[in-house]
Design a protein around this ligand. Sequence first.
Ligand code: HEC
Length: 173
Amino acid sequence: MSSFELNKIAGAVLTVALVAMVIGIIGDALVKPKEHKGTTVVTAAPAVIKKEEKKLDPIGPLLASANVEKGKKFFKNCSNCHTVNKGGAHKIGPALWEIVDRAMGGGSGYKYSSGMKKMTAKWGYEELNGFLHKPRKYVKGTKMSYSGVKKAKDRANLIAYLRSLSDSPKPLP
Ligand code: HEC
């Protein structure tokens, strides 16, 4: 091998090493977090976001004093889409007789959204509370197009009414 060829090889090796080094330096600069010496960076979350993320209070304590009649009245907001009688048919939404403790997406013969089909729990009181508060947040991809029931008291009355849709209502929590 001539020394000219050796030089070419050495040159190529050096170039590769150099490129690797430069990439390494740039990579480090991109990935390494900057260190703040002596200062603590505090980012204040906007109040709005904090409020949004606040956990929903449990509905259990409100159920004992909930008013089934008021819940029935409030259900007028739901009755376009849901039946409540024993053996009631599915409408736009599934029939709600015996809904408490029924599996989520468990109304037989009803075509649920894929989002609801993914839910594996049962409709306990707190689950109903979460869903009725913000349906689309609680069940991602639900096809229930209803914005939700804002007031805890309204939800308590409503859930007490849903509980009554049964031959033997489930015990209160
Ligand atoms: C515009 C029609 C519509 C309105 C109004 C509506 N729903 Fe629904 N609801 C649906 C649909 C559709 C589903 C099925 C959701 C899915 O498959 O994602 C559903 C699902 C449900 C479920 C779950 C049932 C199951 O078998 O898993 C409950 C509980 C429920 N609705 C209660 C209510 C209550 C209470 C109201 C009133 C505050 C209400 N809905 C208002 C259409 C509606």
